[in-house]
Design a protein. Structure first.
Length: 240
């Protein structure tokens, strides 16, 4: 059966792309890459271009706007799916690139739901190293051990406007009750709230981990005054 590959290209360092992922991209005819708007670049594509020559391939950028409002997103998901479907059903070797891991807060998740629903072609997903994995390996502390509990959560809730609030999620104290380790994604805008509420936990801030611009530090009030990149994650580790 005809198949789409989805490759997680890791957090930024092209050497962290798996051998299998690299081989699949190299043998593809069509490379799909998600972008936020017509004028933006694809981070996943930039990672891949550093080690794979894409000149003899068709690169198709698929728009996934930065909103969580489903009624705005659905037409883009359907358009992206139709473009992928057309190429896969023509028998071309197609690969969809995702930064980090394809199944962790990713644009590909919405496409995967349509693929699973319509069952018009097969899909094979090649995992990638996720941002929380590269961050913890840089900080060099165990993520979880024994009976410990790991939670991965976005920093804030989605507002009805489709944007994320600049406020820390209300269930944050509940998360800290059960977790030994917490990775807070999309954390750049709520650092202050995290600092105020992280009682009993050590905290680290990681931005663009695994890239040449990597910045990792213990969380501190000065982080509120800098322009934190969207690719920012906070790691909280229970003390003791
Ligand atoms: C849309 S999600 C993508 C997650 C990605 N699929 C993964 O597996 O890491 C974007 C969020 O992931 C985190 N992130 C992605 N890449 C990162 C990096 N290189 N360093 C730190 N955090 C990163 C940030 O919290 C960012 O807001």
């Amino acid at each position: 059966m005809l198949k789409l590959f989805c490759v997680g290209v890791g957090p930024g360092d092209p050497k962290l792309l798996t051998i299998k992922g690299k081989e699949i991209i190299e043998s593809s005819d069509v490379v799909f890459a998600p972008i936020k708007s017509v004028h933006s670049e694809s981070f996943a594509l930039e990672i891949v271009r550093k080690i794979i020559d894409l000149d003899n391939k068709v690169v198709v950028k698929l728009i996934f706007p930065m909103t969580t409002k489903e009624d705005r997103l659905i037409p883009y998901w359907n358009k992206a799916y139709d473009e992928i479907r057309k190429n896969v059903l023509e028998g071309k070797n197609c690969v969809f690139l995702v930064e980090g891991d394809p199944l962790i807060y990713s644009t590909f998740n919405s496409i995967l739901k349509i693929i699973n629903e319509k069952k018009e072609f097969e899909v094979e997903i090649i995992p990638g190293i996720s941002s929380f994995q590269i961050m913890s390996s840089r900080i060099k502390i165990p993520v979880v051990d024994g009976d410990e509990v790991l939670v991965i959560a976005p920093a804030s809730y989605t507002e009805s406007s489709g944007c994320r609030t600049a406020k820390l999620r209300e269930d944050f104290p509940k998360i800290l009750e059960i977790a030994n380790t917490v990775f807070i994604m999309k954390a750049g805008r709520v650092i202050n709230d995290i600092i105020q509420n992280k009682n009993g936990f050590d905290g680290f801030f990681g931005e663009l981990c695994g890239t040449e611009s990597e910045f990792i530090t213990e969380i501190n009030p000065e982080l509120q005054n800098r322009a934190n990149h969207y690719f920012s994650t906070v790691l909280l580790k229970k003390k003791g």
